[in-house]
Design a protein around this ligand. Structure first.
Ligand code: HEC
Length: 151
């Protein structure tokens, strides 16, 4: 009887150790997942979505211009720049207001087929207006936007 008790005591101890081991591993996994909650939870603002659409549109314009095509449509609703919600920390500053209309005009002029200014020049002017606002309002994407310029 005594040895049976000892044995089961021993067995319990083993099981307990095993379980503690599992828990430790499970906890390690938890912290690994916890390490990048922002990637999972990141919700782009309405303005960030609009900016990314502007980026994608201009990337496509750049290719068209390099291929010798004449782009004639501007599918983005740029008036949303005046109303789109921005992410925390960003707001329409005086600098923003100075740049936004100049930018809209230059972006629209890229598809102005009647303009007598060279297409590449109009396109680069629009991209330089992206950069002008970004220099103070949101510096992060500047290297990415610079790649849109046609050399
Ligand atoms: C009038 C100022 C202004 C102009 C013009 C402007 N931007 Fe932005 N851009 C911002 C601000 C402010 C943000 C941050 C928005 C937010 O986080 O809500 C931003 C964010 C971005 C982002 C990051 C989006 C993200 O995922 O967080 C990209 C990329 C971007 N802009 C590209 C462009 C491109 C390309 C152009 C021109 C075609 C442009 N921007 C024109 C002010 C501007």
């Amino acid at each position: 009887m005594g040895s049976y008790l000892n044995n089961s005591f021993f067995a319990c101890g083993l099981i307990l150790l095993f379980c503690l081991g599992c828990q430790e591993k499970a906890e390690q996994k938890d912290t690994e997942v916890d390490a990048k909650p922002e990637l999972v939870m990141y919700q782009p603002s309405e303005m960030a979505n609009l900016m990314n659409a502007m980026y994608a549109y201009n990337l496509q314009l750049k290719q068209q211009i390099i291929d010798g095509e004449v782009p004639a449509s501007m599918p983005l609703d740029l008036m949303k720049l005046h109303s789109a919600e921005m992410s925390n920390g960003h707001q329409r500053t005086a600098v923003w207001n100075n740049f936004v209309n100049v930018f809209i005009e230059s972006q629209q002029s890229v598809v102005d087929t009647l303009s007598n200014i060279q297409l590449k020049e109009r396109y680069n002017a629009a991209i330089n207006n992206c950069l002008a606002c970004h220099k103070t309002e949101c510096t992060g994407p500047i290297p990415k936007i610079k790649k849109l310029l046609i050399q």
